[in-house]
Design a protein around this ligand. Sequence first.
Ligand SMILES: NC(=O)c1ccc[n+]([C@@H]2O[C@H](COP(=O)([O-])OP(=O)(O)OC[C@H]3O[C@@H](n4cnc5c(N)ncnc54)[C@H](O)[C@@H]3O)[C@@H](O)[C@H]2O)c1
Ligand SMILES: [Zn+2]
Length: 372
Amino acid sequence: MLIAPGVLALAAEHIRQALPAARHFVVVTSASIWSHWGQMLMDSFLASGESVDVIEMPDGERYKNLSTVEKLSDQLVKLMADRKCVLIALGGGVVGDVTGFLAGVYMRGIRFVQIPTTFLAQVDSSVGGKTGVNLRTGKNLVGVFKQPELVLADPQVLTTLPDREFRAGLFESVKAGVIRNPRLFEFMEENRERVLAKEPAALEWVIAESVRVKADVVAEDEEEQDLRRILNFGHTIAHALEAETRYKYFLHGEAVAWGMIAATRIAEQTGRLSAEAGRRIEDLVRSYAPLPTVDVKPKSIFRRLASDKKTVGGLVHFVLPCEIGRVEIVTDVTERAVLQAVEDIRDLSRAPFPAGVGAPQSQEMGEGSPAR
Ligand SMILES: NC(=O)c1ccc[n+]([C@@H]2O[C@H](COP(=O)([O-])OP(=O)(O)OC[C@H]3O[C@@H](n4cnc5c(N)ncnc54)[C@H](O)[C@@H]3O)[C@@H](O)[C@H]2O)c1
Ligand SMILES: [Zn+2]
């Protein structure tokens, strides 16, 4: 994986170097991403004398499905793409997940490269080799493990990303800091202005450290089967919040932000985490973005947890912090503690945000307003 400002402008060179024998490149993207960054990618191929084809999928999570995969496959056939063809995913997690899956199944598998263009895709979805699409019955239910040959992450592409998307993605980095990287956590505490201003050097560092956490955890997980679960810090309650609001209200990262605060409260209540560390986690989360109000019934959230696909033997697994940089997986969290934590975040979400965070997108976040 290459993480550096300016790497997109040199994409063709890097790709050629990684894949000297590739015959045919096909970019998979969406119209809006292409309008921002397509020219720069094309120019890099023109400069190195290579030709590429481009195929588009519609923008949005609802098109992350088998029908899109089928349409893209037909287009590949029309372009006479054979097993030597290399796909290039230019886009966020949706384009990346679809393209990775397509590469995994087209002609029983061809190679692919990721050029993630959202913060979330750069630190999370492009790392780890999980690809897949949604069914009507649930998210990410059909997929394959498929590693890209190369990932090119250019922080400069984030300049066109809507602020709300950008900030939501940053919570995956906060998560990485809490679970395993206190230096990353401290950096985000001390360099908030630089990060929020999308300063390339600051982002490069945050992206690299976040990726390292995920890549290390995924690699070590092959030996220690449960380790990957720590990546779910904040996600237990986040998934329930997202489902309860029918995926239309929170951006994923915003739900994770609330989920991390809830898990932090549970950790404090159960005597695992000091009040001081708890306050630091909560302050960091709250200082990075104004978050949508939590308007849910705690009971409904608990019911969803109890039926979550990650529930094992009726026990809800929680990832709880014990200090900044270390978490544990806990199976004995009581219903009461969960209800209390959801009530806490509900109350907190109605209080004003700390000074300086502002609410630049507050109109977009009115009750019932769509998250995407
Ligand atoms: N495979 C994995 O391990 C993994 C991990 C986490 C998330 N995911 C998946 O990732 C998806 C979410 O990805 P996402 O948050 O990147 O959302 P996304 O791909 O939907 O992108 C969000 C929005 O930003 C726009 N956009 C993308 N890059 C842009 C840019 N540079 N400038 C301007 N606009 C830009 C997109 O067009 C889209 O409207 C979900 O489907 C989720 O399941 C996968
Ligand atoms: Zn996540």
